[in-house]
Design a protein around this ligand. Structure first.
Ligand code: GCU
Length: 630
């Protein structure tokens, strides 16, 4: 299993040339340090490490002068912000020296954050930003050291002490580079270039319906491990009642090495030996005392895998998720997914996509306690591990997805490689999260042969990486008229055959002139033998805007509330409906939404405003879910 992963990533990383390189001729060769394979460092957020959050210098580079010269060649020193020198001193000491940057004297921001909220003149900046700080390496450091990024949006170029150590494409998944041989005693200088510019070849493409928060939006940490460490581990309950473990050691002692899985709370202690490649796979009957994870009882166990000097740790819930005909079964019992969708954006008037545990809890509590929910669609990209770990702890089932959104370059091999890498990085990061039940590969993508081939590849990758969860995608439908003249909504997407759960987004009565009273006459033609989720439906409302008339104006709270009442009535009649994640919990920033009275750059389909003010529709959905809870 672990080898499949590395092959997938290696293939993707090799092909996933930073798509924005197509905009600027890529520099001939950034002397990337020899990165053997991208370290996975699964559950690295549970390892001790030096957190590099806090003040960093920043410097914009809108014409990417730090990556390519005026004819596309390797830039000269005068533009290389990562150089390991004191610019001011160098120019004072030698009047031939000239630099068009000085990171140590550039403005300071606080990471993790997006630069959009750093200064008014950066609010709409999309492009390359350079960040720099210094840090002291741990004294008499031994073992191995890795720089791990929780996420940086979108393409990232990392340098340490003046040397390029790696690059990454993708704005929402973790990546790490080994720096063992580059660390020095005393101060180390890290410089990071982050380019937020989307292109036709990136994932997502330029046109989306959410703010493109450029920046280092999740923590950067220096992680220390022993010379041989547990790089990947996946511990789960199989559908036939076993505890299964897949682990991979990286390092000189990886092969044929003693290794041990312990779950103290279950009295489980399983010893084994890795194979010649450092892999270990084992299964053992699940102890009878096992308490299975569920929204009602989100039991997590302390799990450790030890080998040599290393001890890998995680907190894992054990449960099974499967489909049987039109039912979704959690631990063998049918359940209804009482959910809502959510973007990664904290409450407040000026969010910067910095999802702290407190910010995540404020949002998930609205779902669990406010809405009586048990489910959340983390749209439209992998959210912070803070969010998925909290969902484990609070007992909220998760739909996790990659930003294969709308018009993707289906025939571009680089784009496919980038998407495959994102799927692999997302699943590898979160395969130990009990809360995650569904991996989604796409949202509202136009049906073509190239798109079907592209998405079927992603579905196949998901199944290779994780055979314990469900695969889905948010699909569109086709509308026609029945013999009685009433609307017939059909799920005719050929991708549905490849999915475990079919999901559809509908906005009848918001983006269409349908009267809300007419929704009751809609009928749906969907697969009879698969669970159906409404992955989206919603209407905008400006919190506090009221229209008491019998036919309230759109953007009023009354219209949104009536939209929910009538849409819930419509979907509730579909016999295979097994869940929903209406669009959306909280108003979120979207440059596409510019009605000056109601939107002002915000998508207002939230059931709560950006400051958390509940709208009338909140109570409509909460009441519906409370009824489902019984
Ligand atoms: C689409 C899309 C969302 C978007 C929503 C809307 O379904 O998936 O990303 O925000 O509709 O129009 O508000």
């Amino acid at each position: 299993m672990a080898r499949i992963i590395r092959r997938l990533i290696a293939a993707a990383m090799v092909c996933a040339a930073p798509a924005m390189a197509q905009q600027v001729a890529p520099p001939p060769t950034l002397p990337l340090a020899t990165v053997k394979t991208s370290p996975l460092l699964v559950s690295a957020d549970m390892r001790d490490g030096l957190d590099l959050s806090g003040p960093w210098h920043y410097s914009i580079d809108p014409f990417r002068a730090g990556l390519a010269g005026f004819h596309g060649e390797m830039p000269g020193d005068s533009q290389l912000r990562y150089l390991d020198l004191d610019v001011a001193k160098a120019m004072k000491d030698d009047n031939r020296a000239m630099y068009e940057f000085d990171m140590a004297r550039s403005p300071v921001t606080t990471l993790p954050s997006s630069w959009l909220t750093e200064a008014p003149d950066l609010r709409y900046y999309q492009g390359l930003m350079w960040y720099q700080r210094t840090f002291a390496a741990p004294a008499n450091h031994k073992g191995r050291y890795f720089l791990r990024f929780g996420a940086a949006n979108y393409a990232t170029f990392v340098y340490l002490n003046g040397k390029a150590i790696g690059r990454h494409e993708g704005g929402f998944t973790p990546f790490a580079f080994e720096v063992t041989n580059l660390l020095r005693d005393g101060d180390n200088q890290i410089t990071v270039g982050v380019d937020s510019q989307a292109t036709e070849a990136t994932v997502p493409p330029p046109v989306t319906d959410w703010e493109n928060y450029g920046g280092i939006t999740r923590p950067v940490r220096l992680i220390a491990t022993p010379d041989t460490y547990v790089d990947d581990a996946w511990v789960r309950l199989t559908r036939d009642g076993k505890i299964a473990v897949d682990a991979h050691l990286d390092g000189a002692q990886a092969a044929n090495h003693a290794i041990r899985l312990k779950i103290a709370g279950l009295g489980l202690d399983l010893a084994g030996t890795t194979d010649a490649k450092g892999d270990w796979r084992a299964t053992v009957a699940a102890p009878r005392a096992l308490i299975r994870w569920s929204p009602e009882q989100p039991k997590l166990y302390d799990v450790s895998i030890s080998s040599g000097d290393d001890q890998w740790r995680d907190r894992i819930g054990f449960r099974t998720i499967e489909v049987r005909g039109p039912d979704v079964l959690l631990n063998g019992k049918p359940l209804f997914l009482r959910g809502i969708s959510l973007h990664e954006e904290e409450l407040g008037t000026d969010p910067t996509r910095a999802m702290t545990p407190a910010a995540a809890r404020a949002l998930l509590s609205e779902i669990k306690d406010g809405l009586h929910g048990n489910y959340v669609r983390l749209a439209h990209y992998p959210h912070s591990e803070v969010m998925t770990r909290l969902a484990d702890e609070m007992g909220i089932i998760v739909w996790s997805e990659v930003p294969v959104y709308w018009r993707v370059a289906w025939s571009n091999p680089d784009t496919l490689a980038t998407a495959r890498n994102m799927v692999a990085e997302n699943i590898i990061r979160d395969r130990n999260r009990a809360s995650i039940a569904i991996w989604s590969v796409a949202n509202e993508t136009p049906v073509t042969d190239a798109r079907n081939t592209f998405l079927r590849t992603l579905v196949s990758d998901v199944r290779k990486l994780d055979d314990t969860r469900l695969v889905s995608a948010a699909l569109l439908t086709e509308r026609s008229q029945g013999p009685d003249g009433k609307p017939v909504i059909a799920m005719a997407d050929p991708l549905a055959d490849a999915l475990d759960v079919v999901a559809i987004n509908t906005y009848f009565g918001w983006y269409t002139p349908d009267r809300l009273d007419d929704l009751a006459s809609f009928s749906f033609r969907v697969p009879a033998n698969k669970p159906l989720i409404f992955s989206e439906f919603g209407a905008d409302a400006k919190a506090g805007f009221h229209d008491p008339r019998a036919l309230p104006e759109k953007f009023s709270e009354e219209y949104q509330a009536e939209f929910y009442r009538k849409t819930l009535g419509m979907v509730d009649r579909i016999p295979t409906l097994r869940g929903m994640s209406p669009w959306i919990l909280k108003d979120f920033r979207s440059p596409r939404r510019q009605n000056p009275e109601f939107q002002q750059g915000w998508n207002r389909k939230g059931l709560i405003s950006e400051t958390g003010q509940r709208k009338q529709a909140f109570a409509v959905l909460a009441g519906y879910y409370e009824g489902k809870e019984r």
